[in-house]
Design a protein around this ligand. Structure first.
Ligand code: NAD
Length: 436
């Protein structure tokens, strides 16, 4: 099938590359010409394991190309995925400017039937608005051209995006016509996934509800951690004991410094706003957001309490990305935590295996180090903020000889307190039985 993807970000690029590698012919378009230039030259602008090899292969086979415009994409292909950003407005609502813009451009170039698929995460009723925008912007001569709008939300996780795309738990398709359903089924047929078919509004809600539910699990674990610290329980064991119950499940029941990234904070905000606009106060989600915000402040308070004076203390940060296996710094908890420590006069050094390039653009007065050992040198404490695989293999004996004081704050509960205590470290995790 001939498909175009509008927007070559994390979602658009992964979608384009994967659809090409399962046999479709894909044209990826982006308004950022620098990005297109890089992609044409064979460079993947983001860090996503396995993506560059798959992309090169698809290009070599002649199934994947980059460039052009929305106009060209509309003229050359009958199936168009919209995968542009939907950032938050100041009030938390999803900013759909880019989506509207693309819908208008598609309308103005249509000369035959098109299926326009929302891949971006959007609030309920966006499909209806896209449909209306296209209808209003069709040139006079094209007013009778048939078209369908569909929703096909994306559930991939950065860091394992290809695996998630190729082996999805489910594919959700929100459609209002048999023709649209048939095309979408055909697109995904090579993956033979479990397909949930529904109307567009329900598909849009499924995405917001899924991310909000996962955020709720994280905030629940973080709230539990607070109780565990106060009564001397270990949140890791509590979560383990709960997680074996199949009705609950182990995943996302992890206490830490809170969720971040480009999706959860934005999608929780957008879902709260959508609920408000529809006349319902989603107080449960407001609390989820509140717990998440507090979690970072609590971690900073713990550091302040244990280090006593922060002014001129040297703090080494292990991990900056919002999660491992990505270089994405959008809404990373490290940003707020570092800013709070710097405000108190601490000197921050940092090391991240992949995200330092992105981090340099958003972090000021941070000394970036080439490896863990350069980071540890002269530090009064280490903070583990992203649980990269590399950090599981640290030689803590060696690290201790480099630090000024052997103190570790483990924001992801990655390490065993006993092992580090045995090596002479003071160890503090989240919800491991230490209250401040
Ligand atoms: P992104 O910011 O990485 O990429 C968006 C791209 O769209 C950018 O390259 C931008 O230049 C391009 N763009 C904007 N306007 C355009 C236009 N008029 N024409 C062509 N290109 C245009 O965003 P992302 O992380 O890929 O997210 C895209 C959407 O997918 C969002 O709605 C997001 O919520 C959703 N989503 C993201 C993830 C994730 O893990 N990142 C997962 C599931 C869903």
């Amino acid at each position: 099938m001939n498909i175009s993807i509008i927007g070559c970000g994390y979602v658009g690029l992964v979608t384009g590359v994967c659809l090409a590698s399962i046999g479709h012919r894909v044209l990826c378009v982006d308004s950022d010409q620098e990005k297109i230039k890089k992609l044409k030259a064979g460079h993947v602008p983001i860090y996503e394991p396995g993506l560059d090899a798959l992309m090169r292969e698809a290009v070599k086979k002649g199934r994947l190309s980059f460039g052009g415009s929305v106009r060209e994409a509309t003229q050359k292909t009958d199936v168009i995925f919209i995968a542009v950003g939907t950032p938050s407005k100041k009030n938390g609502e999803a900013d759909l400017t880019y989506v509207e813009n693309v819908a208008r451009q598609i309308a103005m170039s249509m000369t035959a039937y098109k299926l326009i698929i929302e891949k971006s995460t959007v609030p309920a009723e966006t499909g209806k608005r896209i449909e209306r925008t296209i209808r209003l912007n069709l040139p006079k001569r094209s007013k009778t051209i048939p078209f369908d709008v569909a929703s096909n939300p994306e559930f991939l996780r950065e860091g394992s995006a290809i695996e998630d795309f190729m082996n999805p738990d489910r594919v959700v398709i929100g459609v209002e016509s048999a023709r649209a359903e048939k095309i979408l089924r055909e697109i995904y047929q090579p993956l033979n996934p479990h397909i949930v078919v529904t109307n567009i509004n329900s598909a849009e809600i499924i995405k917001h509800a899924s991310n909000s539910f996962l955020a709720t699990k994280i905030s629940f674990a973080n709230a539990l951690a607070q109780i565990c610290d106060r009564v001397g329980a270990d949140v890791l064991k509590v979560a383990e004991g709960m997680g074996y119950d199949k009705r609950i499940g182990k995943s996302f029941l992890r206490a830490g410094i809170g969720y971040g990234g480009s999706c959860f904070p934005k999608d929780v905000d957008a879902f709260i706003r959508l609920s408000e606009r529809s006349g319902y106060q989603f107080n449960l989600l407001k609390e989820v957001r509140q717990v998440n915000e507090e979690q970072k402040a609590i971690f900073v308070r713990l550091i302040e309490d244990k280090l006593w004076i922060l002014k001129d203390k040297v703090i080494g940060v292990l991990g900056l990305a919002f999660k491992p296996d990505t270089d994405d710094m959008r809404n990373a908890p490290s940003l707020d935590i570092i800013a709070a420590l710097q405000k108190e006069g601490a000197k921050v050094k940092a090391y991240d295996p992949q995200a330092m390039g992105q981090a340099r653009k958003v972090l000021k007065k941070v000394t970036f180090c080439k490896d863990i050992y350069a980071l540890a040198k002269g530090c009064d404490c280490l903070l583990l903020l992203t649980e990269w695989g590399e950090f599981k293999k640290i030689n803590f004996k060696k690290v201790k000889t480099l630090m000024r004081q052997a103190v570790i704050f483990d924001g992801r509960n990655l390490y065993h307190a006993d092992r580090l205590n045995d090596l002479g470290y003071e160890y503090y995790g989240i919800g491991r039985g230490v209250s401040v």
